[in-house]
Design a protein around this ligand. Structure first.
Ligand SMILES: [Zn+2]
Length: 137
């Protein structure tokens, strides 16, 4: 994916949120409370609701993004920069290019992404890295 395509596709918070939701649903939902595999999406609260136990589950819960104060768009941008085919950016370059007040949050995100990337042992693309984020439970 070229940079212009990335910018167009993920221009707003909602696009990033919906994309990450689709990635998570594609990977297969599993309730953190009861292990149930089926859910519905609650538009009112923007959360999953487990069909078995009714637990409400935030989109980031149970993923590499859990506990991160960074909006999803920062995760997508970092994943893109770390995996783009035209030029792969180092973690320090990504850190410099992500303008966010909480430097520790960016460090935490990059550390988690680095750990996930090392698990592949080969070149990893954007979608593979995001799937790894979702499956990080
Ligand atoms: Zn459940």
């Amino acid at each position: 994916m070229h940079l212009l395509n990335f910018i167009t596709r993920f221009s707003g918070d909602n696009e990033c949120f919906q994309y990450f939701r689709r990635i998570r649903e594609h990977a297969g939902f599993e309730c953190n409370n009861c292990g149930g595999k089926y859910h519905i999406w609650d538009d009112r609260t923007d959360q999953f609701r487990c069909i078995r136990c009714e637990e409400m589950i935030h989109l980031k819960t149970g993923t590499a993004l859990e506990g991160s104060a960074l909006p999803i768009k920062y995760w997508l941008l970092a994943a893109y920069l770390l995996t783009c085919e035209e030029k792969t950016y180092s973690a320090s370059e990504v850190h410099r290019n992500i303008d966010y007040m909480g430097s520790a949050e960016v460090d935490k995100m990059l550390g988690r992404l680095d750990t996930l990337m090392k698990g592949f042992g080969c070149h990893v693309n954007f979608e593979m890295l995001l799937l790894a984020c979702v499956k990080n439970r």
